[in-house]
Write a protein that binds this ligand. Sequence first.
Ligand code: PAF
Length: 288
Amino acid sequence: MTRPVVASTRADLASALDPTRSGGGRVALVPTMGALHEGHAALVSTARGRVTDADAVVVSVFVNPLQFGPGEDLDRYPRTFEADLEVCADRGADVVFAPALPEVYPGGDPEVTVEPGPLGGVLEGATRPGHYRGVLTVVAKLFGLVRPDAAVFGQKDYQQLVLIRRMVEDLCMGVDVVGAATVREPSGLAMSSRNAYLDPEQRVTATVLFRALQAGAAAGPDGPEAVLAAAHGVIRSAPGVELDYLTLTSQDLADPPPYGEARLLVAARVGTTRLIDNVPVALGGKDL
Ligand code: PAF
């Protein structure tokens, strides 16, 4: 297991990738905010699996202030850099790009940003105004800095994945965006850096989200109303969960759910921790 090269400046990054680029190799990027868990490890493995040994896998570790709203957890967001390096080494990353704030935002907050459009204002965007503007802006910057051929994102933040695909398409960025399946704890709880905020009792409570999604998905053949009723029934049965939204939508989050492939998404607060999760749903209907 070789330790990845750690690059903290644009110049370090360029020289770390120089041998790959001059040899005609490809670059796969896994953007993260650190505090890496099994879910991130799977993203790095996915990136590694999509390229050859002659290509480079870069993991970026950068807690992006632009995507945190006032009163959110920017200051207490977990930072575990040494452990992150171990995960990256273990999963075969070649370079860890860990820039300081001025390296990414040399002029302070940027004047030109990436507007996510209407999809940035719904679901997560409704409670976190400006969040996806911050995400898309930093992802565009990371794409500019790393110039990857492919980039891997988790399906857990499904709306983020859809918006990044949209950005890449609308702004002709030419990056192959890969969505990797959500990794879960044995309890079904989706892996998330924010799970670190949950106490043992809340960790058990939080498993209701995936149980609700599973109940909803199992009711898929009976149509959209049945999906939502089944999922709501499970959430209602669990005290200590404050539901924000439970939404059934098309896979690209653009339309009302069609019959066929759809997505069921949930966001809820357990204590002070806001959690999100989602699953695919194969929707049937009475008239099919
Ligand atoms: O999903 C995340 O961890 C972040 O939103 C991302 C994509 C690394 C941008 O900061």
